[in-house]
Design a protein around this ligand. Structure first.
Ligand code: BES
Ligand code: MN
Ligand code: MN
Length: 458
């Protein structure tokens, strides 16, 4: 086994420069959802390409129907393990802007954290792998395994063009195992390997009423109010026990195995700290399941936003012309998005109140996944993490979704090591997103060790 000593030393000596370069990356407002940021998306892709080249990785930008994909690979040797690192350079919109203590695209160091949109999701985390490769190439001169990079710009909007790309470049992406750092540690001081993710199904429902906003005194009471009706409709999605009411919704859900329930229960979960961190008066979820089970292994339905009518200051007396709800379902393995979409549309049509027209817009989806937590690759990752974080990782599932993980399994036949260096308290998708600098450096070291550990697994 190659000594990682010179690699570790290089990481120590160059840590400050890595942070400077990460700041440069974070200054690019690569918001994938907003067409106005298209030039920033392109700048971010090119930044990643240049960083890979600087790390000794041959890299290329591929145009897609949407945002570009950066693909790179180290000098490939004939034998040995090939790992495929995936990450995303796109970020969520920074809104609400006035809740940020420092501007979202002016990375700021404060109290041991780096604050910026994308700090942990996913620029900071994906950067650790680029820097780990750079350290190997600039010290030992080569990697102990073959590493490929696949960095996309549409993760936050559903990764639809990535699937097309992977179908077209299946041979290029061929690998033994995929590696993604885009999840979280279990808790501060307790690193984790994530072996399962929930899937997702997104859609929009619009109720269309009169052909224009109406005076609610002249017309109110005589025509259906789309906002009133939308509230009635979405209230039917759950019962009092927080069970989703769409017929067949739970039909394909595999029950949690008793061992897994026991393993979840063994993880120390501080419910009081969770409640106080979120500022809620109490927790609320599907009856009969613990908080961890509800978050990692049960399907849900959430309204992400509802709007319609007048939302400005002061009163305005109208019957609005339309109302919209953006809805997402989190899915667990074995639930089929297509089947649920049909069930959902039927449910909405059946329950749509009179006097409005319903428009249903299905959006992207991906299935949930659970992977083998005992593979040799998982063992290699455990060792690398223990060496870098000074603590054994726990095996967890997560409630979020990373669509490509399912694609890797279905198309390439490989499992993914989900090695999250961040924390769920890092405010991903929220104002004041951050990444602990110490976790950034530990993650980089864990990545460097991972290549060495993986080399032993062939
Ligand atoms: N990095 C997250 C996913 C994540 C975060 C998983 C923390 C587990 C723990 C990813 O960028 C994300 O936000 N995914 C979206 C996917 C969707 C837009 C298709 C999600 O989960 O909402
Ligand atoms: Mn992410
Ligand atoms: Mn995200």
């Amino acid at each position: 086994m190659t000594s990682t000593e010179p690699v570790d030393r290089f990481l120590d000596q160059n840590g400050a420069r890595f942070v400077d370069e990460l700041k440069e990356f974070l200054r690019i407002p690569s918001v994938s959802a907003d067409p106005a940021h298209k030039p920033d998306i392109e700048r971010a892709a090119d930044f990643v390409r240049r960083q890979l080249e600087q790390a000794g990785v041959k890299a290329q930008i591929f145009k897609t129907a949407g945002h570009p994909i950066v693909f790179g690979q180290t000098e490939q040797t004939a034998n040995g393990v090939t790992a495929l690192v995936y990450g995303h350079y796109d970020v969520q919109p920074p809104d609400p802007l006035d809740e940020w203590k420092s501007p979202p695209f002016e990375p700021t160091l404060r109290d041991g954290y780096i604050y910026a949109r994308g700090a942990t999701d996913d620029k900071g985390q994906l950067f650790t792998h680029i820097k780990a490769i750079e350290a190997w190439n600039k010290t030992v001169g080569k990697l102990p395994v073959n590493v490929k990079f696949l960095i996309e710009g549409e993760e936050e909007v559903g990764s639809q063009n990535l699937d097309v790309f992977l179908q077209q470049h299946k041979d290029q992406a061929k690998c033994d195992v995929a590696v993604i750092s885009d999840t979280s540690q279990y808790a501060p001081g307790t690193p984790a390997i994530t072996y399962g993710l929930r899937g997702i199904l997104c859609c929009e429902v619009v109720l269309q009423g009169p052909n224009r906003d109406l005076h609610s005194g002249i017309f109110g009471g005589a025509v259906a109010n789309p906002c009133n009706m939308l509230a009635r409709l979405v209230a039917k999605l759950h019962d009092d026990k927080q069970r989703v009411q769409i017929p067949g919704f739970y039909d394909d859900v595999l029950p949690l195995k008793p061992e897994e329930r026991r393993e979840f229960a063994q993880l120390k979960f501080d419910e009081a700290a969770f409640i106080s961190d979120l500022g809620v008066p109490a927790l609320c979820g599907e009856e009969g399941f613990t908080t961890i089970e509800r978050r990692w292994a049960r399907p849900t339905c959430d309204i992400n936003g509802m709007f319609g009518g007048y939302t400005g200051p002061g009163p305005k007396t109208i019957v609005p012309a339309r109302a919209t709800a953006k809805i997402t379902y989190r899915l667990v393995p074995n639930q089929q998005p297509e089947k649920l979409l049909a069930a959902m549309q039927k449910f909405l049509v059946t329950n749509c109140p009179p006097g409005v027209r319903l428009e249903f817009k299905p959006q992207h989806s991906c299935t949930g996944i659970v992977m083998d937590a005992t593979s040799p690759y998982m063992r290699a990752a455990r060792q690398a993490i223990a060496a870098a974080f000074g603590a054994q990782p726990v095996m967890i599932r997560e409630g979020g979704s990373i669509p490509v993980v399912t694609t890797f399994r279905d198309l390439l036949g490989v499992d993914t090591l989900l090695l999250g260096w961040g924390l769920n308290s890092d405010n991903l998708h929220s104002p004041n997103e951050r990444f602990t600098l110490a976790d950034f450096h530990r993650g980089t070291r864990a990545s460097a060790h991972l290549w060495n550990e993986l080399a032993q697994q062939h």
